[in-house]
Write a protein that binds this ligand. Structure first.
Ligand code: GLN
Length: 202
């Protein structure tokens, strides 16, 4: 089984570790460069992207993570993690940087204050059976993807309501990102998709 790290600086680390565990992967927290060296892939959890950005620098992990990403390490970013993986960001706090890798523009806090959090059902390309049994998606002060560059592919869009049509899941090779939090629902299909991507990349 592949060893999948969860960046454990801030955010909902435990939930991702549990979801990865359920897929049969070996799930480990990553707080330092030596731990990063030991993983096949990395999950960037939800949380607060500006805080995670600062902690990445404080723990001197930003360089090593960038290097691994550049070398092709598979990564999955959920919510704040999606922001960290995006090449371009709209609505970031001044000076906020991303790790990059995904050829997309994310809009931070895109759903606006009125709808801080909402839930909806999604069909997601590559998620088995999501046509018949949609993925229940939980959004918490989530970003959406404003623009998908030629290297990336949209996997899911909001299907109804004021945000209908907005892109909320993307993939580019072995990089995966979702605006929502599959780690809080008990449905592990998105994590299974990621672990499959990790297996294929090995
Ligand atoms: N709004 C947060 C940010 O900008 C993301 C929220 C989340 O990860 N649930 O990082």
């Amino acid at each position: 089984a592949p060893t999948v790290g969860v960046l454990a600086l801030q955010g909902d680390v435990r939930e991702h570790l549990a979801a990865l565990d359920a897929t049969g992967a070996r799930a480990v927290p990553v707080r330092r460069a030596s731990e990063l060296d030991a993983v096949d892939a990395l999950v960037l959890p939800g949380g607060e992207s500006t805080t995670i950005d600062k902690l990445l620098r404080a723990f001197e992990l930003d360089g090593p993570v960038r290097e691994r990403l550049a070398a092709g390490m598979p990564a999955y970013g959920s919510c704040a993690g999606m922001i960290l993986l995006a090449d371009r960001i709209v609505g970031g706090i001044d000076g906020q940087r991303t790790l990059g890798g995904l050829d997309v523009t994310v809009r931070r806090n895109a759903f606006g204050r009125q709808v801080d959090s909402f839930e909806t059902d999604l069909r997601i390309d590559g998620v088995p059976d999501s046509e018949r049994t949609p993925v229940h998606a939980v959004f918490i002060r989530a970003p959406w993807v404003d623009e998908v560059g030629p290297a990336a592919t949209a996997l899911a869009r909001v299907e109804s309501g004021p945000a209908a049509g907005r892109i909320v899941a993307v993939r580019q090779g072995s990089l995966l990102a979702t605006s929502f939090h599959p780690e809080v629902t008990g449905d592990t299909r998105v994590h299974r998709l990621f672990v499959e991507i990790v297996r294929d990349a090995r």
